[in-house]
Ligand binder design. Structure first.
Ligand SMILES: CC(C)(COP(=O)(O)OP(=O)(O)OC[C@H]1O[C@@H](n2cnc3c(N)ncnc32)[C@H](O)[C@@H]1OP(=O)(O)O)[C@@H](O)C(=O)NCCC(=O)NCCS
Length: 211
């Protein structure tokens, strides 16, 4: 954790030609800049390390929110959100936002970042559909982790995701350049996705598109 460092913009990200603001933070939001609602949320965390991780997330979230014209007070945001999304990984957080002017036809945005690591066969069974498991046969750990980040980003982009599981969504197409499509079955929503390697891991973003 590096105190006092401003969030860093990510290299340009686009999905279906729409630019997304991506920012990464490795430092907590300074306590003196917290809004009252944020201070209340912070105090709900019991353990110091959870507070630090949460503040790193809020730092990224605030920077992305401001870039997209959303309020700087992140306690006014709730998830899933039509314009903004957040992912934590130990020591870093990544937030992605869509500007309202580019949000025509967008019903939700999602981001997920995971550091490179092998996923157990059990976890693989828990998050893949039969079709995806067939696609993943003989694939590398990196391919599996990539699919995991895509599905987490898709889940987060889905406007009414309460009670849904990753297996309710299916990645239907994934191109070598990292762009792809996913659906919530049975034909309830469709998603455009983009994923790439980032900071020794995979970064995926998803937009839920209005019918
Ligand atoms: C909620 C969930 C998407 C979080 O993902 P994660 O990889 O564990 O954690 P991340 O750090 O990437 O994301 C956390 C952020 O997602 C956002 N988030 C939480 N719930 C959300 C939801 N329902 N929709 C969209 N975004 C959500 C929040 O901003 C949260 O950060 P915050 O608490 O600091 O605000 C995940 O736990 C989940 O429920 N997945 C789908 C359900 C499922 O099938 N689980 C079984 C998998 S085998």
């Amino acid at each position: 954790v590096i105190d006092g460092q401003a969030p860093v913009p990510l290299p340009p990200l686009t999905v279906l030609g729409r630019p997304l603001y991506g920012v990464q933070s490795a430092s907590p939001l300074p306590l003196e800049s917290l809004h009252p609602g944020e201070r209340r949320r912070l105090n709900e965390w019991e353990h110091a390390h959870r507070r630090v991780e949460w503040l790193i997330g809020r730092h990224a979230l605030r920077a992305a929110a401001q870039a997209a014209g959303l309020p700087a007070d992140t306690s006014r945001l709730s998830f899933p959100h039509v314009q903004i999304s957040l992912s934590h990984s130990p020591g870093i957080a990544i937030a992605v936002a869509v500007d309202r002017s580019c949000g025509d036809g967008v019903a939700g945005v999602g981001v997920d970042f995971e550091r490179e690591r092998p996923l157990s066969a059990n976890l693989l069974r828990m998050f893949t559909t039969e079709h995806e498991a067939a696609l993943l046969r003989d694939s590398s750990d990196a391919d599996v982790l990539r699919l995991w980040t895509i599905k987490e980003a898709v889940f987060k982009a889905c406007p009414r995701n309460a009670g849904l599981l990753l297996t309710d969504f299916e990645v239907t197409w994934l191109s070598p350049d990292g762009t792809g499509c996913a659906v919530l079955r049975p034909d309830l929503a469709c998603f455009a996705t983009s994923s790439r390697r980032h900071a020794a891991g995979w970064l995926s973003v998803a937009l839920c598109m209005e019918p």
